[in-house]
Design a protein around this ligand. Structure first.
Ligand code: CTP
Length: 407
């Protein structure tokens, strides 16, 4: 384990939010102390309804704090943030994530989060409905963009007997993330392991014109592709994102907006030298042979659409593959997911095929969450249970980094 400043044990602020999982924060506290860290617990006011501060007083390196006005006299509200080598929040409730994303500083814990320059490790825990709510996922995206490491929740039994995603990660994983953050080798979220790599990502559903006002398209939102581009950018890559959407992107990502499969093919052809190509776009398989030049009118009766196949961009890339290049394909399926994915992995000639069952709740189109299986041409299979699209992106990139390392 690393050391803090000046050879002192690392100074860890352990933030505890008001969730039933607060009881697990006690175990996290104990393990961090056992690992040789100086642990300063900060509970939110309502966290105390779930677990008493005396428990933390007994186990931590210093007494637990709740308020900026502790003991009648104000402590310097920025002191803990300045002292911290890492701030870990477990459990991070939906409310706490919202306040942190908004930059509020309305209690000691949020003040510490705003006042620190240390790495921040967030361990969300909440009911599945709350975890999947766009507000929560967007807040997490904001916090990750600012550099926070997120330890995603597990799937399992939740408070009240429900089963789903939202259970606080096991203390062991939380401690590992804290150790990783301290040593600058954090695995979840922002390892800088793609520095110097050129990564091309495609995202969104193509739109094939029928006439000047109508198109054939699909349900792809582009969110997973955008999450991949953002994650690659965070990890230090030079990223080009070819997208059909107008979703916002971080400064520093080169964005090429396209509409049709033909546009996308042309844009991709310009970046053949990329070290990694991730084809997350849902490219139309067929398009009208010729779009009408003027609007078709109802009075003319139903149009007879003659369709032709579009070029298979991914297959084309695989045929012209550069030595050492890593190609990643996607497959959105509704049935026989793994079997179809295995077929596509071979047929497309890619290194990794990311398959998802878009008929499952919370998975795929337009959700902020996803669950995927990552199949490798080397026979490997990595299952990523329901989590944020950002976490899926990092899981895919972890596999990409491993492949690049072996080339
Ligand atoms: N793809 C592509 N060009 C196309 C169609 C698909 O590059 N014209 C890419 C997608 O971006 C994705 C992968 O191929 O990475 C698989 O897409 P999918 O539509 O699932 O595969 P298809 O071969 O079109 O098979 P299906 O009959 O299931 O649509």
């Amino acid at each position: 384990m690393g050391e803090g400043r000046g050879g002192e044990p690392p100074f860890v602020v352990l933030g505890v939010g008001a969730g039933i999982a607060a009881y697990k924060a006690v175990e996290v506290c104990r393990r961090l102390v056992d690992a040789g860290m100086h642990v300063a617990p900060v509970l939110t006011e309502h966290a105390q309804r779930f677990v008493g501060r005396t428990t933390f007083d007994a186990l931590a390196s210093e007494p637990a704090r709740v308020s900026v006005w502790e003991g009648g006299a104000p402590i310097a509200h920025t002191r803990l943030g300045q002292l911290a080598d890492v701030v870990v929040v477990a459990p991070a409730t939906a409310d706490l994530l919202g306040r942190a994303a908004a930059g509020l500083a309305d209690d000691l814990l949020t003040t510490t989060l705003v006042a620190t320059r240390a790495p921040v490790v967030l361990c969300p825990a909440m009911h599945t409905e709350m975890w999947e709510h766009p507000a929560v996922q967007e807040n997490l995206s904001v916090l990750k963009r600012r550099g926070a490491v997120v330890v995603p929740p597990d799937t399992g039994r939740l408070a009240g007997g429900d089963v789903g995603t939202g259970r606080l990660a096991e203390p062991e994983r939380i401690v590992a993330a804290v150790v990783g953050a301290l040593s600058g080798r954090e695995r979840v979220g922002h390892a800088r392991d793609l520095v110097g790599r050129r990564v091309l990502v495609t995202a969104g559903g193509t739109r094939e014109p029928i006439d000047p006002v109508r198109v054939i398209t699909n349900r792809s939102s582009g969110k997973q592709g955008h999450a991949l581009a953002e994650a690659a950018h965070r990890r230090g890559a030079d990223v080009v994102l070819v997208t059909t959407t107008s979703l916002p992107t971080s400064p520093g990502i080169d964005v090429v907006r396209v509409e049709t499969a033909a546009d996308l093919e042309q844009a991709v052809a310009g970046y053949g030298a990329a070290d990694v190509v991730v084809m997350a776009a849902a490219v139309a398989d067929f398009r009208p042979v010729a779009a009408a030049g003027t609007k078709l009118h109802k009075a003319d009766g139903p149009p007879s659409l003659v369709l032709e196949p579009t070029p298979d961009v991914l297959r084309g890339l695989a045929a012209r593959r550069r030595v050492g290049q890593v190609l990643v394909g996607f497959a959105a399926e509704t049935d026989d997911v793994l079997e179809r994915a295995r077929g596509k992995l071979a047929a497309k000639g890619v290194d990794l095929l990311v398959a998802n069952d878009v008929s499952a709740p919370g998975v795929g189109f337009d959700h902020d969450t996803n669950a995927v299986s990552i199949l490798g041409a080397d026979g490997t299979l990595t299952d990523v249970p329901l989590t944020s699209k950002d976490a899926v992106a990092d899981a895919v990139l972890d596999r990409v980094v491993a492949l690049l390392a072996g080339r």
